[in-house]
Write a protein that binds this ligand. Structure first.
Ligand code: SF4
Ligand code: F3S
Length: 106
């Protein structure tokens, strides 16, 4: 499966959702996740993210491992998103800010 990681938090650009052939992105208040049960590893979403927040499971950075479980858990709770929408007004200033994990809203 592919995994959405920390850099998506508070950026949420949503470019990724438009290309997914199986509609497996789910949207929360300030983050998106991929449903690992639905993802077919097509790789299309990975290059779409402007902040490079999407990784294949096997290439997840060591400090992002917890996002594997978070994607699985939150995809069961959040609704599917298939169309791009406007990013938060302050998205730009949150790009590449370290330690955003604590800001994740559920
Ligand atoms: Fe969707 Fe393909 Fe990305 Fe999986 S790898 S989330 S199937 S676009
Ligand atoms: Fe997040 Fe990147 Fe998609 S910021 S919403 S993973 S395009």
């Amino acid at each position: 499966t592919f995994v959405v990681t920390e850099n998506c938090i508070k950026c949420k650009y949503t470019d990724c959702v438009e290309v997914c052939p199986v509609d497996c992105f789910h949207e929360g208040p300030n983050f998106l996740v991929i449903d690992p049960e639905e993802c077919i590893d097509c790789t299309l979403c990975e290059p779409e993210c402007p902040v490079e927040a999407i990784y294949p499971e096997d290439d997840l950075p060591a400090d992002q491992q917890e996002f594997l479980e978070l994607n699985a858990e939150l995809s069961l709770q959040w609704p599917v998103i298939t169309e791009m929408k406007a990013a938060p007004d302050d998205a730009k200033q949150w790009e590449d800010v370290p330690d955003k994990r604590k800001l994740l809203e559920r």
